[in-house]
Structures are given as structure tokens and as C-alpha cells.
Design a protein around this ligand. Structure first.
Ligand SMILES: Nc1ncnc2c1ncn2[C@@H]1O[C@H](COP(=O)(O)OP(=O)(O)OP(=O)(O)O)[C@@H](O)[C@H]1O
Ligand SMILES: [Mg+2]
Length: 340
């Protein structure tokens, strides 16, 4: 069969029942269904496939005779996606199979996007609802810490307060992570974004000897983006860098144009911290993955950063050597900015 030659993985069945068994066990990407089958009508088999959760969304192409138009009508009514007439022309069959596979893949991707957006909205709403009563709990617990005299009671209140703060940090991180990307893009300067991110992140390491070696390339073309979100990317990366240098070190920031891509700009942030092991490198962008034990680190910083960069059609890379340090490199596309 030509489909096999085209390197499709094809399985065939001699009758309706074995066709159903193969389809439900193997879950193919597409089914070719002959209308005339030993012991069953293809249209009945088609209805059974379309009513089964495992094959409900599988495209079905009926193979039918030109002289039986009622089969085509019944087959389409039973849920078939398309039909092809005998004698089957190989080229037509290949074209139809490829088209239906492509359509089905696009539909699958759209369903995934919709699921992701609904989940995002649900999480954002839930975080908002949790945050309001939590703020009250935190306020009251803070008040209690000043009121209770007994040290045992104070210890309990402090523990409750710290746990509530931990929930608050988690809720905030989850909200940042799930928040749908809505703001309109504006013209931004990558250098200005980096400078602002350093200014904000450095508030977190006050008193520690961390120096900034800034090598921002002058005259970079502007990018189109959400300035605040992009700032968040670099705040997350720079904060991580500062946290892996508890005794101080240097954070080097470089911006420029990639040699291999004349439609982009990049920013690289290098630290002189402990580095990341090969095993951990594969996990650092996973949501909720952290090696930090303090309550403020739910392990979302880099997953949020990557999501934002990808929403800007960019990408983020990391290179690290244990004991020496780590470099995060963010590449973003420059866009044609019209002035009209
Ligand atoms: N510059 C770095 N050097 C060494 N390890 C790093 C560096 N940046 C990230 N990591 C590792 O990647 C993990 C995940 O980082 P990520 O920013 O996603 O979460 P986090 O910093 O642990 O928590 P959060 O950012 O949510 O406060 C960190 O826990 C750390 O182990
Ligand atoms: Mg972090």
C-alpha cells in the first residue's frame, strides 16, 4: 500500500470487529474505513468509533463506491470526516490523509491552548480569592505577635504567621505564573530594562558585596514588548544569581546583537556562584522546582521567565559550570517598528 511506502505506520483489519479492536487499542491518528465490510456496515462501525472516547476525535475517511451516494450521505451523518471513492487513486489518498492529519493536529493544538488559557484564568481567579482572606489572616496574626506575652504562645503565633506568609508568596508566584498575557506591546529598550531590573533586584542583597559589571552595548535597536514583564524576567534571573553568591561575587550583564541572527538582540547575565549540576540543569525551568529551603522560594522564577520570553517569541538558554558560575542568555526578536 502506498501509505506504508510514505512511511506511515499502517495497521489493517479484515472485518468490522477487529477494526474496532485495533482502533481502540492502538488509537491511530486517522482511520480509513471501507463502507462494505464482512458482517457489518461501515457506517455502523463509523458511528461506534465516533461514540467511543478513545476514537471520538480521530478523523475517519470512508472508502466508498461512486455508484452508492447513499453510503456517503449515511457515512457523513454517522460522523465520518470525509470520503474517497473507489478505485482509490494513490495520490488523492495521500493528499487527503495528509490534509486530515494536519487539520486534526491544528485542532489538537487549539484545544491545548484553550485548556491552558482556561486553567490560567481559573488559577488567577483562585489566587485572587485566596489572597483577600489571607491578607486578613496575616494582619491579625501580626497583631497577635505584639499582644501575646507567653513565649510558647508567641512561638505558635510566629509559626502560624510564617506559614501564612509562605502561602502568600506561593499564591503570588502562582498568580504571576498563570496570569494571561494581555498587555499591548510597546517599544522598549533592552538596556533600560536591564538597568531597571538591576536597580530593583539589588534591593534584595543590600549589604552583601555583590558588584555589577555592566557591559551594555550602546545603540541596540529597540524591541517590542511588555516592559514590566520583561523586567520581571531579568529580576528573576538576577535575584537567583545574587542568591547563589551568599558571600558576594560579581554579576556581569552583557547586551548585544547575536552573530548568527541579525533580527535579534540578546542579554546575558553571568554570576560567579556555585553553578548548576548537569542533572539539575534539566529541571531548573520546571514550575515548582527549587533547591532553596526558605519559604519565599516556591521555584517559579525561571518558569515564569521562560514563559514571558517565549510569549515575546524569544528564547532563553543557560550554561553553567559547577564551582565557577552560570550564564543565562535571553534572545529576543527585534520587530519592524512603523512610525505611522
Ligand atoms: N544562577 C544560578 N546559579 C545556580 N543555580 C541556579 C541559578 N538560577 C537558578 N538556579 C537553580 O534553579 C532553581 C530554580 O530557580 P527558580 O528561580 O525557578 O526558583 P527559585 O529561585 O528556587 O524560587 P523562586 O524564584 O520562585 O523564588 C533554583 O532553586 C536553583 O537551584
Ligand atoms: Mg528564583
Amino acid at each position: 500500500m502506498r501509505l506504508k511506502e510514505e512511511s506511515y505506520d499502517v495497521r489493517s483489519a479484515d472485518d468490522g470487529q477487529s477494526g474496532l479492536d485495533i482502533a481502540w487499542e492502538w488509537k491511530p491518528d486517522l482511520i480509513l474505513l471501507d463502507v462494505i465490510l464482512p458482517g457489518a456496515y461501515g457506517t455502523e462501525i463509523c458511528a461506534l468509533l465516533k461514540n467511543h472516547p478513545k476514537t471520538r476525535h480521530t478523523p475517519i475517511l470512508l472508502v466508498t463506491s461512486m455508484d452508492r451516494p447513499e453510503d456517503i450521505v449515511n457515512g457523513l451523518a454517522a460522523g465520518a470526516n470525509d470520503y474517497i471513492c473507489k478505485p482509490v487513486n494513490d495520490l488523492e489518498l495521500q493528499a487527503r490523509v495528509a490534509t486530515h492529519l494536519r487539520t486534526s493536529r491544528i485542532l489538537g493544538e487549539m484545544v491545548d491552548i484553550e485548556k491552558h488559557l482556561s486553567l490560567g484564568r481559573l488559577t488567577a481567579g483562585l489566587c485572587h480569592e485566596v489572597n483577600n482572606p489571607l491578607t486578613v489572616v496575616l494582619g491579625q496574626l501580626e497583631l497577635l505577635t505584639t499582644m501575646t506575652g507567653d513565649t510558647r504562645q508567641q512561638k505558635c503565633v510566629r509559626l502560624a504567621f510564617e506559614s501564612a506568609r509562605r502561602i502568600q508568596a506561593l499564591v503570588k508566584a502562582m498568580r504571576d505564573y498563570s496570569e494571561p498575557f494581555m498587555k499591548p506591546m510597546s517599544v522598549c529598550s533592552l538596556n533600560a530594562i536591564i538597568e531597571r531590573a538591576i536597580a530593583i533586584a539589588s534591593l534584595g542583597w543590600a549589604g552583601r558585596p555583590i558588584s555589577i559589571d555592566s557591559r551594555l552595548s550602546p545603540g541596540l535597536p529597540p524591541i517590542l514588548g511588555d516592559q514590566e514583564k520583561l523586567q520581571q524576567v531579568f529580576i528573576n534571573i538576577i535575584t537567583n544569581a545574587s542568591q547563589v553568591m551568599p558571600n558576594g561575587g560579581t554579576i556581569t550583564t552583557v547586551t548585544g546583537r547575536p552573530l548568527t541572527d541579525d533580527r535579534g538582540v540578546f542579554a546575558a547575565i553571568t554570576d560567579t556562584g556555585k553553578g548548576i549540576s548537569k542533572a539539575n540543569l534539566a529541571r531548573i525551568f520546571d514550575p515548582f522546582w527549587t533547591t532553596k529551603e526558605n519559604w519565599q522560594s516556591p521555584g517559579l522564577g525561571l518558569s515564569v521567565a521562560r514563559r514571558i520570553v517565549e510569549e515575546h517569541q524569544g528564547h532563553i538558554e543557560v550554561e553553567s559550570e559547577e564551582g565557577k558560575g552560570t550564564t543565562f542568555r535571553v534572545c529576543l526578536p527585534i520587530r519592524q517598528i512603523t512610525t505611522e
